[in-house]
Design a protein around this ligand. Structure first.
Ligand code: SF4
Ligand code: SF4
Length: 341
């Protein structure tokens, strides 16, 4: 893979925006930084991380999946028409933090695997060149290093960039990243990888060491499931779902038809395992009827089930958003410690 230097961030972003791809990047609005389609001069660099995770770019809060209408030729039958897939534009996403890129990779293994492919996710995710921006100054709630990541992590990225004065150092990580940067003007070869190593060590030294998840991950599922601490955490939890909506790896959704007498649209909306409604069956039975079951599900999913299903990769990438935004200060790191006792 290749390494490059650019003297001026804005020229690089102008070249990226001129590549024929839609540019998604962090920008500031109403005092919050979010990932949005922006012009190069509006791209923010002075941010710790985007307020919401970037999963919305690939898995929107609300998405029209298909339209349907009554089939005039066959009474009782409907005609279905997929929506939106043909409108998805190739994109370059600039400024993904490495924790979030790793979170998207966790979602990618959910949305496309050997049993199932979600065409909405696949078209957006694979159609995007993903350029990460390393965290050279991690924040107080960041703990990517505690769950196997790094502020200079490369998982889920095509290119990793870091700030170098007024410019950028860039390292390509995939053929798609190579191809994209080769087509841009104003890049000088070399001058990134060596400097990146030193900056990576400095940034990692400011972050916590690994969480001890060995017991939680090695113990039989039912041993962790039956631990007594779940009720105490559930007693504090409001089941508000804030943690799940902020989380870059949470991916629960609900599908609803909005219809009238002629037809309608099928919508996919974010949902949350913290909601009683999420698991209610048509029969009226609910397998997670109390907060304890729902709280346990969230943390077991992140720290036990996803590692089991995804070859050890933790379902938490340490972005710290749930820790920052939980109204009752429930901290997944403390839950991990309880699970490992
Ligand atoms: S569980 Fe919390 S810290 Fe971990 S990835 Fe999700 S929001 Fe971030
Ligand atoms: S943000 Fe906190 S209170 Fe709300 S559902 Fe998550 S853990 Fe419970």
């Amino acid at each position: 893979m290749a390494e490059y230097t650019v003297k001026d961030k804005l020229s690089f972003l102008k070249a990226a925006a001129g590549s024929g791809r839609r540019l998604l990047a962090p920008s500031s609005k109403d005092g919050r930084v979010r990932l949005a389609e922006v012009t190069p001069d509006r791209v923010a660099f002075d941010y710790l991380n985007t307020h919401l995770s970037p999963k919305d770019a690939f898995f929107p809060q609300t998405e029209k999946m298909l339209a349907f209408h009554k089939d005039a030729a066959k009474p009782g039958a409907f005609v279905y028409q997929p929506l939106g897939l043909d409108k998805i534009q190739p994109t370059v996403v600039f400024g993904l933090r490495p924790c979030d890129a790793r979170g998207l990779a966790v979602c990618d293994r959910v949305f496309q695997n050997d049993r199932f492919t979600d065409p909405y996710w696949k078209t957006k995710y694979e159609g995007a060149v993903k350029i990460g921006l390393a965290c050279q100054a991690p924040g107080p709630n960041c703990f990517c290093t505690a769950v196997g990541g790094s502020p200079f992590g490369e998982d889920g990225l095509d290119v990793l960039a870091f700030t170098k004065g007024e410019g950028l150092g860039l390292k390509t990580l995939t053929p798609a990243g190579d191809e994209f940067l080769k087509g841009l003007s104003g890049l000088e070869s070399g001058g990134a990888a060596g400097e990146m190593d030193g900056l990576k060590k400095a940034a990692e030294s400011r972050l916590p060491g690994p969480l001890d998840l060995a017991k939680a991950q090695a113990a039989p599922v039912m041993e962790i499931y039956n631990q007594p601490h779940w009720k105490e955490t559930a007693d504090r939890c409001l089941n508000c779902g804030t943690c799940t909506f902020f989380c870059p790896t949470c991916h629960c959704f609900d599908i609803q038809d909005e219809e009238n007498e002629r037809g309608g649209v099928r919508m996919r909306n974010w949902d949350t395992c913290m909601s009683w409604l999420y698991t209610i069956h048509g029969s009226g039975h609910n397998p997670r009827p109390t907060k304890t079951e729902r709280v346990r599900q969230r943390f077991m999913h992140k720290l036990k089930y996803i590692p089991l299903k995804q070859g050890g990769a933790c379902g938490c990438v340490g972005c710290g958003r749930c820790v920052q935004h939980c109204p009752v200060n429930i901290d997944i790191r403390a839950v991990a410690v309880d699970m490992s006792k």
